[in-house]
Design a protein around this ligand. Structure first.
Ligand code: ARG
Length: 462
């Protein structure tokens, strides 16, 4: 970055240079240069439209478009000299264009303002990032479906209050995670609709006196609609807030998954193994293998919640139209995008690599009296009222605790002391396989239902 210098792009009415600290303090080029591609894309579309509107000549348009192409190449080759004195990405590129093509470069800004320019750039940038994030979500969801299909009949305890409740299949549990992500992906697609509207043409705040053709610029940039009101167009950052909200919610879901992975990799649960490449060791305890990836993703939730609150607070009470406050939208938004994309990528890599310890899971379900509800349902089928059945089974569990026996390990005689409605067909319902298979309706944990849900999931991803 070059030193303090008078800004040539708006210096006309100023009689002294900007204070050096103020210049550095107000500059955004350190971070908004990240949008250089979208800034150039927007400028090229604007110049094309201006030529069609008769505001620029065809020659001027061609010079601008070619100059901008060359500037993009300079930036990508690392040859572009960014200047803090030129404040932001927009003025850096425009000044370089004028260096290169002379006075024609100064005509590019006809009929627009940095206010509609920056709002357009952020939307173009976020649209590109949303499409990348969507791809990572899809990859993660596909990984979940593949695992769920493999583990459709793997039995594990299902929990409420983190206490063993009823047996479920591991595939069913994986599909619960899939559902969370399916909603996140819907929210992403919905957010994209409001991102994909074009502020360009609003100019500083009131529109412009030039005969611009907004519909043409919209078409060139692939926006679905133009923003209807110029005052709103330059000041609206709802789309960034919406993105941060869905990012916070998505990583909240990932944190819930993370928490289960952390628990399940512990020696106490030992339900799963995570391959070494997703874990790290301890510098002091040689036996340790820590589930760092899920722990870190769990921790990222705080960061994304912070960005959401930052943007909501940034917008609160802002009067129309553009205010410099809005320069503060970028760093939280950029970091929200990077953080969410990173978490999704790590998860998409890790989920297919989870190795379930099927025997351990099954044994945990067996030991936890997970089929107690099945015994109660059995008694109800024999004509016992549910409340009475609940009481009978409670007593049977108490005996099991005393004798350290699961319900399925008790003899018929032991079980019959609680109810003479119990016959030797009871053992079918007390098995773990019988229990999960009996929950055979849409949304239930039966292996066949899991397989059917995987199929529906794959259709939805297509
Ligand atoms: N760097 C500014 C931002 O990010 C660009 C728009 C500046 N507009 C202005 N009138 N100062 O918001």
């Amino acid at each position: 970055m070059s030193d303090n210098q008078q800004n040539q792009l708006w210096g006309g009415r100023f009689s002294e240079s900007t204070d050096a600290f103020v210049q550095a303090f107000t500059a955004s080029v350190g971070f908004d240069r990240r949008m250089y591609r979208q800034d150039i894309q927007g400028s090229q579309a604007h110049a094309t439209m201006l030529a069609e509107a008769g505001v620029l000549t065809g020659e001027e348009r061609d010079a601008i478009i070619q100059g901008l192409d060359e500037i993009r190449a300079e930036i990508e080759a690392g040859e572009f000299e960014w200047s803090v004195a030129l404040e932001d990405v927009h003025m850096n590129i425009e000044a370089r264009l004028t260096d290169k093509i002379g006075i024609t470069g100064k005509k590019l800004h006809t009929g627009r303002s940095r206010n509609d320019q920056v709002a357009t750039d952020i939307r173009l940038w976020l649209r590109d990032e949303i499409d990348l994030i969507d791809g990572e979500m899809e990859r993660l969801m596909t990984g979940l479906l593949d695992q769920a299909e493999r583990e459709a009949a793997t039995i594990m305890p299902g929990f409420t209050h983190l206490q063993t409740a009823q047996p479920v299949t591991f595939g069913h549990h994986l599909l619960a995670w899939f559902e969370m992500l399916k909603r996140d992906r819907e929210r992403l697609a919905d957010c994209r609709k409001r991102v994909n509207r074009m502020p360009l043409g609003a100019a500083a705040l009131a529109g412009t006196t030039y005969p611009i053709i907004r519909e043409r610029t919209r078409e060139l940039l692939g926006f679905d609609e133009v923003c209807e009101n110029s005052l709103d167009a330059v000041s609206d950052r709802d789309f960034a807030i919406e993105f941060c909200a869905l990012a916070a919610l998505c990583v909240t879901h990932l944190s819930r998954i993370s928490e289960e992975l952390v628990l399940w990799t512990s020696a106490q649960f030992n339900f799963i193994d995570l391959p070494d490449r997703f874990c790290t060791g301890s510098s002091i305890m040689p036996q340790k293998k820590n589930p760092d990836v899920p722990e870190l993703v769990r921790g990222k939730t705080g960061r994304l919640n912070g960005h959401l609150i930052a943007l909501l607070t940034l917008m609160k009470s802002q009067p129309l139209a553009y205010n410099k406050d809005n320069q503060e939208d970028k760093e939280p938004l950029f970091d929200a995008v990077d953080t969410l994309a990173g978490c999704l990528r790590a998860f998409a890599d890790m989920i297919p690599a989870i190795e379930p310890n099927r025997e351990v899971m099954r044994e945990a379900a067996r030991r936890g009296f997970a089929t107690a509800t099945d015994l109660a349902d059995y008694l109800v089928r024999k004509g016992v009222a549910f409340r009475d059945a609940h009481e009978i089974v409670g007593k049977a569990v108490a005996l099991g605790l005393e004798k350290k026996k699961d319900l399925s390990d008790m003899s018929l005689a032991e079980l019959r002391q609680f109810s003479d409605q119990i016959d030797d067909d009871v053992f079918e319902v007390l098995t773990l396989e019988g229990s999960v298979s009996a929950r055979d309706h849409i949304g239930g944990t039966a292996p066949d239902q899991v397989r059917a849900a995987v199929k529906r999931g794959r259709d939805a991803l297509r």
